[in-house]
Design a protein around this ligand. Structure first.
Ligand code: GLN
Length: 484
């Protein structure tokens, strides 16, 4: 059962091949048997999952099942879940039981889906390797010496290892697409404002966006159908109707114009990566698309701009964790100042502290103009680059990452090298655009991701292209042997 896609599981449930309780037990059994080698879950919720599964079976028996009723999945531990631990992989929130559900979580609950538990991640979604978790690093199911990517590394590893057929992720600068690429699964970052951020622990609010992670584009479409939509509780959520994302999947790609940004094929991309990506692009040519070179001239400025804006927003968002209201509190504080200092010093990990310091510095008087305002101006230029490109082409393609998954520990001492991992993904968040990563090859047994980008709210077009590619290739069907 675990090798079936969400679409196949939904059909099996509808046809009565198995019940949701059977399915849920099966996945809980796999998590129990296999997750000690990956560490992809922070919290598993068997009782709740089985209760939801039972309710789903009853809903189906009464004739009220929806498309995904009874399908199990997992939530990144950044989404608040009523009555269940929501840690954001931080010591700061290690004891935090959310008193409400995030909108994405309640959307899934209303759809009758089953939550298996909460997946591991980089602390407060800051990272590209999932090594910044208070609960320990996650291992890549394809090679246990390799990182799964971050920050949604637990979700990616769980889906790749078939511990869950799908999982939610969040993407502030690549955290859905990059781990999807490293773990050989499909991950979609929707347009900013498409999926409600309410109840998603905030990292950088103008960049954060939740999205689906699954094995296929079709499964991402099914999940996005349930996730997307206007939410009055999120002031940046867009009042725009949600199409059925599965509807356009089978459109032919003839006449589609694809742009390859020359900046995405520079010296930081290895020859092997470039070959794998170009072979995938050839597939699109065979499917009737035309390929042309384009330019996104400000690509290289995305890293410095992001690493001012994101920490600036984070420094403000994370000021709420003060040891007073909820979360970690230091032992025996001497006075209020000591309470703040030690609670934050002991509760936040190193990378989170680094970002709070950078962000606070960039926003402080005298530096605001030099750093923050400049970064915002660059953000505007990057957006303009994409808008210009989308006048010429329908989709943009390139690698999701400059390399396949790297070894655990290999970038830990060098934050700048780590930040370079996001070189192809960050700009997309700065521009608010949707992007998807699809499995597109392997190098020494480690997966390669192809990134596809489209204009604002063109998720259907992305999913259509990714689905057609997956009908022509089998990279998304390969399974890591560690999950057997
Ligand atoms: N790796 C990037 C960072 O560390 C992006 C993380 C994310 O998208 N949440 O900020």
């Amino acid at each position: 059962m675990h090798n079936k896609t969400i679409a196949e599981l939904a059909k099996g449930l509808a046809d009565g091949d198995f019940s949701s309780v059977e399915l849920t037990r099966h996945f809980l059994g796999r998590i129990d048997a296999l997750d000690s080698q990956y560490n992809s879950f922070i919290t598993v919720t068997p009782e709740q999952a089985l209760a939801q599964a039972k309710a789903a079976d009853e809903t189906r028996a009464s004739g009220h099942a929806k498309a995904l009723t009874g399908v199990p999945m997992a939530h990144k531990d950044i989404f608040c879940t009523n009555g269940v631990l929501t840690t954001c992989a931080s010591k700061m929130l290690a004891n935090f039981v959310a008193p409400y559900d995030a909108t994405v979580v309640s959307n899934f609950n209303h759809a009758g889906m089953v939550s298996l538990g909460k997946t591991n991640m980089d602390e407060f979604a800051m990272g590209s390797s999932n090594e910044n978790s208070y609960f320990g690093a996650v291992k890549n199911p394809w090679d246990l010496k390799a990182v799964p990517g971050g920050s949604s590394g637990g979700s990616a590893a769980a889906v790749a290892a078939r511990l869950a057929p799908g999982a939610t992720g969040t993407d502030t600068g690549g955290s859905i697409r990059q781990p999807a690429a490293f773990c050989g699964i499909t991950g979609l970052k929707p347009t900013y404002g498409r999926v409600s951020r309410w109840g998603m622990v905030a990292y950088a609010s103008s960049l954060d966006q939740g999205g689906p992670m699954a094995r296929t584009a079709e499964d991402c479409a099914l999940m996005l159908n349930e996730m997307a939509g206007f939410d009055p509780k999120d002031s940046t959520s867009l009042k725009k109707s949600v199409p059925d994302y599965t509807e356009g999947l089978d459109q032919p790609l003839s006449g589609l114009r694809i742009g390859l940004p020359k900046e995405y094929f520079g010296k930081e991309l290895s020859a092997e990566m470039s070959d794998a990506i170009m072979a995938s692009v050839k597939e699109f040519e065979k499917l009737g698309a035309t390929i042309q070179e384009i330019s996104l001239p400000n690509t290289m400025l995305a890293i410095p701009s992001y690493y001012i804006i994101a920490p600036a927003e984070a420094s403000s968002n994370l000021s709420r964790f003060d040891g007073v209201r909820y979360g970690y509190r230091c032992e025996n504080p001497e006075n209020l100042e000591d309470l703040y200092k030690r609670s934050r010093g002991e509760g936040f990990g190193k990378e989170v502290q680094r970002r709070i310091l950078v962000g606070t510095y960039a926003l402080s008087e005298g530096y605001y103009d030099a750093y923050y305002r400049k970064a915002q101006r660059i953000r505007r230029l990057i957006q303009q680059d994409f808008l210009n490109a989308f006048n010429e082409v329908d989709l943009i393609m390139g690698p999701t990452t400059p390399t396949p998954a790297f070894d655990l520990g290999s970038n830990s001492d060098d934050p700048v090298q780590m930040y370079m991992e996001d070189i192809y993904t960050l700009a997309v968040n700065l521009a608010g655009l949707p992007g998807i990563s699809v499995p597109a090859g392997q190098i020494n047994g480690r997966p390669v991701g192809l990134q596809i980008l489209a204009g604002h709210f063109k998720e259907s077009q992305l999913l259509n292209a990714a689905h057609q590619f997956q009908k022509a290739t089998n990279w998304h069907q390969l399974a890591p042997s560690s999950g057997e």
